[in-house]
Ligand binder design. Structure first.
Ligand SMILES: Cc1cc2nc3c(=O)[nH]c(=O)nc-3n(C[C@H](O)[C@H](O)[C@H](O)COP(=O)(O)OP(=O)(O)OC[C@H]3O[C@@H](n4cnc5c(N)ncnc54)[C@H](O)[C@@H]3O)c2cc1C
Length: 303
């Protein structure tokens, strides 16, 4: 119930204004968000690279209200690729289609994604389209198929909690699309998503076993030690090398496990979000773990 409430609150503009203007919550958000400026993200990325980890930069923002906002987000992403190249970072980019205007009644988001993928390809770099709530899944998968048909410089994300994901993976593998597999962070009804965590976890392992032997380079995005162990064991049994896939984790979560896997010779990519629009992302991180919420509330009301 608490998870549902937090995910509903994550969409409240009024709550966003209140939380983002509070000094204590801004400080707490820094556990999960590198900072509000690209410079903050670059510093975090450099530290990750020095620790032997790759990075994916996410300029936070979603559900933009106007074409001008969507174009601004696109412009920011073009600048992120320039900066990655200047700084010689081992980093790519993750973005959300609602940040490029998926909700607006135009085809603008397709045009903007084309331009970002072309810019990434010019640097030999890569864009990953994050997966958002299920009302966007079909449009996201359809656009990814179109753009991936033209350029290998893009991939996407599949959520293990959705029943449709196995078919999406089969369709995307048929065009060689790189996939990040995650459990899924949004509130979804039982008609379309596994309601029980145990079933999500079992489906995750099943989908991981489809991805790894495919010959395409995929990302196994989870902090779940059991799923990580299952992945390592499956790769070992199948003779899949440590350089043929990567683990991915979120900035600020299970840094001990991140370092351990790097020490064991596995590839690790850290998803580093930054920007002023951090509220929905922060709320999803609170929703994932009740202990985070209790800590946040104790400090918020003390401040
Ligand atoms: C690189 C990356 C990219 C992602 N991209 C997307 C995306 O595009 N779309 C999408 O829907 N979801 C995305 N997610 C989020 C994902 O769907 C899950 O909500 C999130 O990763 C938590 O699931 P888990 O696999 O870690 O397993 P869980 O079973 O939720 O957690 C396993 C363990 O990880 C630790 N942990 C997990 N979350 C937290 C937290 N918030 N705070 C502290 N500890 C925590 C705890 O120790 C927990 O016991 C992404 C996740 C990662 C790692």
């Amino acid at each position: 119930m608490m998870r549902t409430l937090l995910l509903e609150l994550s969409e409240s503009k009024r709550m966003a204004r209140w939380v983002t203007s509070n000094g204590m919550s801004r400080r707490m958000a820094r556990r999960f968000v590198a900072g509000e400026e690209l410079d903050d993200a670059v510093a975090a990325a450099r530290a990750c690279n020095q620790a032997g980890m790759k990075v994916s930069l996410d300029h936070l923002g979603e559900n933009v209200a106007s074409e001008a906002d969507a174009r601004r987000a696109c412009h920011a992403y073009l600048g992120v690729f320039d900066r990655i190249a200047q700084e010689k970072l081992d980093a790519n980019v993750s973005l959300k289609l609602t940040q490029l205007g998926l909700e607006l009644s135009t085809d603008l988001y397709g045009e903007l994604l084309d331009s970002i993928v072309a810019h990434a390809a010019g640097f030999g770099n890569f864009v990953r389209v994050d997966m958002e709530g299920s009302s966007y899944t079909k449009r996201t998968v359809d656009l990814v198929k179109r753009v991936r048909g033209k350029s290998p410089a893009m991939g996407t994300v599949i959520q293990a909690y959705l029943y449709r994901s196995e078919q999406d993976i089969r369709d995307l593998l048929a065009i060689g699309c790189r996939i990040r597999l995650c459990k899924g962070a949004y509130k979804e009804p039982p008609e379309i998503a596994f309601p029980r965590k145990a079933d999500v976890d079992a489906n995750y392992v099943k989908l991981m076993k489809l991805l790894l032997p495919s010959g395409v380079y995929h990302g196994i995005a989870t902090h779940d030690p059991q799923i990580i162990a299952a992945t390592i064991e499956f790769a070992r049994q199948q003779g899949i090398g440590k350089d043929q896939f990567e683990f991915q984790m979120l900035y600020g979560i299970r840094t001990d496990l991140q370092q351990k896997l790097v020490g064991d010779g596995y590839r690790m990519r850290i998803y580093i979000p930054y920007g002023r629009d951090w509220f929905p992302y922060f709320m999803r991180r609170l929703a994932e773990r009740p202990a985070n919420l209790a800590f946040f509330l104790r400090n918020l009301f003390r401040s």
